[in-house]
Design a protein around this ligand. Structure first.
Ligand code: GAR
Length: 215
């Protein structure tokens, strides 16, 4: 049996994606949850699950380099195989990203490469797209631009608000994120040297999502 992988999860707030990971019975050890905000709701949830928590507040550091150095030091205490960004809302320096190349993934609430950055649901509604969704990707220096591991698409309904659309997408985030981490921890997904993602034993979808549906 290969040794069980260690992961560290980074959060900034609510932590519902982190909680989905804690509940997913993943084939890895969740060594710690680290937040850049002391009042992140997700820290309470992690503690309730008996997971070690730590806070590295970006406010305590003069610039991004200093914050990222402190964050890396805290992460490395746990010697994780993978770093999982679960609603971690800080832009990371290139140096930090390179330190964890191929070992750090992020969940983003859009069908990348559309709608990088913030306010993805409001912008999708504004544009009138009929299909929206979420993506899990390896982190590279390009903001929300790294190679994609898995995506889920949802229909945009005519009476959607950013809140209703966000809830529909979040439901799918909670399904695809544990799947991506499971693949990583089982060595079934990896970032290849050519910058592409390969996933073993992937089921291919047999149907099309058309939104609104055909008559
Ligand atoms: C999630 O929707 C996640 O995709 C998004 O923040 C939310 C965090 O919710 N992440 C980003 O926008 C990263 N750019 P959670 O704390 O309940 O998981």
């Amino acid at each position: 049996m290969p040794a069980q992988k260690n992961i560290v999860i980074l959060i900034s707030g609510r932590g519902s994606n982190m909680e989905a990971l804690l509940r997913a019975n993943l084939p890895c050890r969740i060594a710690a949850v680290i937040s850049n905000k002391a009042d992140a709701q997700g820290l309470e949830t992690a503690r309730a699950h008996g997971i070690d928590t730590a806070v590295v507040s970006h406010r305590d550091y003069a610039d991004r380099e200093a914050f990222d150095a402190a964050l890396a030091q805290e992460i490395d205490r746990y010697q994780p195989d993978f770093i999982i960004l679960a609603g971690f809302m800080r832009i990371l320096t290139d140096g930090f990203v390179h330190r964890y190349t191929g070992r750090m993934i992020n969940i983003h609430p859009s069908l990348l490469p559309a709608y990088t950055g913030v306010d993805t649901h409001a912008r999708a509604l504004q544009d009138g797209v009929k299909i929206h969704g979420c993506s899990v990707h390896f982190v590279t220096p390009a903001l929300d631009g790294g190679p994609i591991i898995i995506q889920a698409a949802v229909p945009v309904l005519h009476d959607d608000t950013p809140q209703t659309l966000s809830a529909r997408v979040l439901h799918e985030e909670h399904r695809i994120f544990p799947q991506a981490v499971r693949w990583l921890c089982r060595d079934q997904a990896r970032l290849d040297s050519d910058g592409r993602v390969s996933v073993d034993r992937m089921e291919q979808l047999g149907s099309t999502l058309i939104s609104p549906g055909l008559d």
